[in-house]
Write a protein that binds this ligand. Structure first.
Ligand SMILES: C[S@@+](CC[C@H](N)C(=O)[O-])C[C@H]1O[C@@H](n2cnc3c(N)ncnc32)[C@H](O)[C@@H]1O
Length: 601
């Protein structure tokens, strides 16, 4: 299949969703180099509003019955606009079908330019560029990495040619090189697009990190302080948030806490390692390459001081800027026989051949390739499949969040995605709050009024309906939408907090009345939620009672000691024994039960 046929197949799927990149890079059986294909398709789309006029006026599709509208656009694009012309041998039939109309195509191309009052082809190029720009202009967000530098140093060096302005909107509108310090996130600037910062010394040395504003929310909201102890970044690659955490802990102590950074994908973990090294956080960041966070044991002694966890798991990536930004494709009409020049004749039935080429432009199966934020591709061809994908992602995201809630010393968690779907965002938050582990360990939502100033002030909050109508949860959730006046990517983050010194909710397995009191029978025995009755205290031994393991659920372990068979150890009053209490000789057989160790899930 020629480059042009492959490109035509890609373009025929336009309008069926998925970004152009995902449609091209998602195809496994391409013959042409993907980069060449991408450039041809993208450029042809950009030029199509001009080329459509040229093709119709030159009556190309009337004379060349084998050409489809899409193929004609691609070939005429290369013939008139590309430096190297049509990338086919001179004798090739497709090339010949265009070059036969050389004179007419050139003269219609000139007419199309003059109609727009553009004196040269270069000006026509600039016009096409301007017309093809889709969506709002984005500033370049840059985080100044205070492990390596200071904001004032960067102002005097990297950004010395940039004129300070008040707001990000001023940056976007400025015709000069403008810079504004962000009012919400410390050490973050928005600068005018157009400068390639990856070529600067500051970028190479890790002094600046290119990171969207919204992506800076989780580490800032987590706000790890020396009292929080060590920090976990559970899904860390490529390392934007890990290095931001590094900058925060570094700024708060001469002896920074350890950051444990887990990354399941070995290849991405290499990028993470490189980024952490360049950013200068390698001295206090321990990277576990290829480590699945779900397999990390919360009760391992290594993590006993982990007080703060950042969870930024894989998601649908629907908030990422740059997706779906494809210029519109303008297809030339196929003239029907007998029609006036360039105008389809409505009264005449299209010939069989014409119907075939119309069909050919549409015959590619409607498929969207959904590319997750970590590059995983999934074919989606219906709403149902999309829902199934979101459900699968949210199941994984919730599991990860509940796992994080089990770390014994944890007191803060942030959960974030760059997805716009409520299923991956507010719904996960609600399910986590309702979970047994959250209830037994005392996890609560981090309310808006308790958030760090910049996040409290950020105006875009969670979706009330998606938060089940719970105003407090919706306000606590932080959202960002691409394309609005804030000029950031689509994002979601929520925080969870827990007071590790407070008495955990011992509600556990008992039914409670509206006042929160345990419901007891006439004998004073608590009623179990499972419908049975707790063991009669008079039957209990002096030291402990062993509860039936029936209905045992890992998440219900919470703060209670269990014996080797997983049964909760209770005192003579039937009250569960807290893990933090002294060791208990549970079975009365002289075996010690450790308070935290040995209860890994
Ligand atoms: C959204 S990206 C993280 C982006 C990162 N936080 C940043 O700011 O640069 C999600 C990452 O989590 C990794 N991941 C997915 N599941 C994981 C798991 N169970 N344990 C550890 N890493 C996981 C993916 O490989 C991917 O690199």
């Amino acid at each position: 299949m020629s480059l042009y046929h492959e490109a035509a197949a890609i373009l025929s799927a336009t309008g069926e969703g998925g970004s152009l990149k995902s449609r091209i890079y998602g195809k496994k059986d391409l013959k042409s180099p993907p980069a060449q294909l991408y450039a041809l398709v993208f450029e042809t789309c950009k030029w199509s509003f001009v080329l459509k006029e040229v093709i119709e006026a030159a009556e190309l599709l009337k004379d060349e019955r084998k050409l489809t509208p899409v193929l004609s656009l691609l070939l005429v694009h290369d013939f008139l606009v590309a430096k190297g012309g049509i990338a086919l041998p001179q004798s090739h039939g497709l090339r010949a079908s265009i070059e036969r109309h050389k004179a007419r195509l050139h003269s219609e191309f000139t007419r199309a330019r003059l109609r727009r009052k553009l004196p040269s082809v270069n000006e026509l190029r600039a016009h096409v560029e301007a017309e093809s720009r889709t969506g709002p202009v984005h500033p370049r967000w840059i985080r100044i990495n205070t492990v390596r530098t200071t904001a004032s140093d960067q102002q005097e060096t990297t950004f010395k040619d940039f004129e300070p302005v008040e707001t990000v909107q001023d940056v976007v509108k400025s015709t000069k090189k403008a810079i504004c310090f962000d009012p919400h996130i410390p050490n973050l600037v928005a600068v005018s697009p157009g400068t390639d910062f990856t070529k600067t010394e500051a970028y190479r040395s890790g002094a600046i990190i290119l990171q969207d504003k919204a992506s800076c929310f989780p580490a800032y909201l987590l706000n790890p302080s020396p009292e929080d102890g060590d920090v976990i970044d559970s899904c860390a690659a490529p390392g934007n948030k890990t290095t931001q955490l590094g900058a925060i802990v570094h700024s708060r102590s001469d002896n920074p806490a350890t950051i444990y950074a887990f990354e399941k994908d070995k290849f991405r973990a290499k990028t993470l390692e490189r980024m952490v090294r360049i950013a200068g956080s390698d001295g206090f960041t321990k990277i576990a390459q290829g480590q699945d966070f779900l397999k990390v044991k919360p009760n391992s002694p290594e993590y006993e001081n982990v007080g703060a966890l950042l969870l930024d798991p894989s998601c649908s990536g629907s908030g990422i800027v740059g997706r779906d930004e494809m210029p519109e494709l303008h297809l030339p009409e196929i003239p029907t026989p007998g029609s006036a020049k360039g105008k389809p004749n409505k009264s005449t039935k299209p010939a069989k051949e014409d119907r075939k080429r119309k069909r050919e432009d549409k015959e590619v199966k409607p498929t969207t390739i959904m590319v997750d934020d970590d590059g995983k591709e999934t074919e989606i061809s219906s709403e149902k499949e999309l829902q199934a994908r979101i459900d699968a992602l949210s199941g994984f995201q919730l599991t990860l969040l509940l796992h994080a809630m089990k770390f014994p010393a944890a007191r803060k968690i942030t959960y974030s995605t760059c997805s716009l779907y409520a299923g991956e965002n507010e719904h996960v938050v609600l399910k986590a709050l309702e979970s047994e582990v959250a209830r037994t360990r005392g996890w609560k939502i981090l309310k808006r009024q308790d958030q760090v100033r910049g996040m409290r002030d950020w105006p875009v909050r969670g979706d009330l309906a998606a938060a089940g109508g719970d105003q407090e949860v919706a306000e606590a959730c932080i959202r960002a939408y691409k394309g609005d006046e804030h000029c950031v990517m689509g994002f979601f983050v929520a925080g969870f907090v827990r007071d590790p010194t407070a008495t955990p909710d011992e509600e556990g397995p008992y039914v409670r009345d509206e006042e929160g009191r345990i419901v007891r029978d006439a004998m004073g025995i608590p009623t179990l939620k499972t419908g049975g009755k707790a063991v009669d205290p008079s039957q209990m031994s002096r030291q402990a009672v062993i509860e039936s393991p029936e209905g045992h659920n890992d998440d219900e372990d919470g703060p209670y000691l269990r014996d080797k068979n997983g049964r909760i150890i209770r005192d003579a009053n039937g009250m569960p024994t807290l893990k933090m209490s002294d060791k208990v000789d549970a079975a009365g057989d002289g075996d010690d039960v450790d308070s935290w160790d040995g209860f890994d899930d």
